[in-house]
Design a protein around this ligand. Structure first.
Ligand code: PLP
Length: 373
């Protein structure tokens, strides 16, 4: 049987990972500045993570959400403590798109309204509402065109207010830092004004922290730089360090009722064991602080290159914008210098390394980066 061919692949197979490195079958070592697309948070095959998964798999991999699963409560308690949101409620799913889909649904249930405000260049996933809230018509199928989404310019509070004034908006959804959109950071003052405008209109404020969250920005969630508290926070990517896991943190003002949301696999035992191990490692190794420190260090080094147009980022979510396309640069980094990197659009190289990256790793990257420039 053929694979359904939707991914333009690099001609490399990765068979092993350790910390910030990955390896092909011949044993060639690659420095991973991409983290498998911001997914690897505590490093590849961290010993504590591997042990926790193996132990849990021996006991129980899965049982349904029709019985008590104390691992979900353990994860909720640890996440409340790590994030500062211990008064919120946790709902677990399997992916980022599913988290956003459920967040939008919940906002609509809560308000009884049906219009959603999203932003230019936003990316929220591939399921029906999540993809419609993504500003890329190429990936929106005709069946996804509900007409419920309105796009407004990023960082433009007057445009948001004009839409909210129409009275039919259930939710505003925004990334903590736009990833696909080129590592664009919303202004702190914009997020603060957005919080106020949503309070005044009753619209639910959803922060998509699927990429920017979980320590990546140098705070637990990127929106915490602005000091605001959203109504719903969506998470995925780094939360399971590669095991599929997503979730929503839901404000206490939004009340659950039996059956309003549901999932077969979400919050299963093995997924929770992964999530718990990740947070234990975050605490033991101070990964949020490490992300901030090493990120600042890396950004500073990158800003010294005259070939670069602009460096944007917080913590270990970094966009390096060039005047020309980065495709060839990215390919050369991979094949000549053995470094994985990501991209946003055509001209931005995107760095999303595991949060265990050290300053010595950053120096090594800079050395190899210099060599291809
Ligand atoms: C990756 C991503 C998603 C989608 O997550 P999936 O797990 O691929 O469904 C949504 N929003 C943002 C900001 C993302 O980076």
């Amino acid at each position: 049987m053929k694979l359904f061919d939707v991914y333009p692949l690099f001609d490399i197979e990765i068979v092993k990972g350790r910390g910030v490195h990955t390896y092909d079958a011949e044993g060639t070592e690659y420095l991973d500045l991409y983290g498998g697309h911001a997914v690897i948070s505590v490093g590849h095959s961290h010993p504590h993570y591997v042990e926790a998964l193996a132990k849990q798999a021996e006991n129980l991999v899965f049982y349904s959400n029709s019985v008590i699963n104390t691992l979900q409560q353990t994860l909720a308690d640890k996440l409340g403590k790590a994030s500062g949101y211990d008064d919120y409620q946790l709902f677990l799913v399997n992916s980022g798109a599913e988290a956003n889909e459920n967040a939008l649904k919940l906002a609509s249930f809560h308000t009884g309204k049906n219009r959603v405000i999203s932003f230019k260049k936003a990316f929220h996933g591939r399921t029906s509402l999540a993809v419609e809230a993504t500003d890329n018509p190429k990936i929106v199928a005709p069946v996804n065109e509900s007409g419920h989404i309105t796009f407004v310019p990023f960082n433009d509070i007057d445009a948001v207010k004009a839409e909210l004034a129409k009275g039919d908006v259930c939710a505003v959804i925004i990334e903590g830092i736009q990833g696909v959109g080129g590592v664009q950071i919303p202004a702190d003052s914009f997020l603060q004004a957005l919080r106020k405008a949503c309070d005044e209109s009753g619209a639910v404020l959803i922060l998509d922290e699927i990429q920017s969250g979980y320590g990546r920005s140098g705070k637990f969630f990127a929106h915490q730089y602005a000091g605001i508290r959203p109504d719903i926070i969506t998470m995925a990517k780094g939360i399971g360090n590669g095991f599929p896991l997503g979730g929503m943190l839901i404000s206490p003002k939004i009340e659950p009722s039996y059956g309003m949301l549901g999932t077969t696999f979400g919050g299963n035992h093995l997924a929770c064991a992964a999530g718990i191990a990740v947070l234990d490692i975050f605490e033991q190794e101070n990964l949020v602080e490490n992300s901030r420190e090493v990120g600042e260090y890396l950004i500073e080094q990158l800003r010294a290159f005259p070939q670069i147009k602009e460096v944007r980022g917080r913590g270990l979510m970094i966009g390096i914008e060039f005047a020309e396309p980065v495709k060839e640069l990215r390919r050369r980094l991979l094949f000549e210098q053995k470094v994985f990197t990501g991209a946003s659009g055509t001209n931005v190289l995107r760095l999303l390394p595991p949060l265990v990256l050290t300053k010595a790793d950053a120096d090594e990257f800079i050395k190899r980066f210099k060599a291809v420039l």
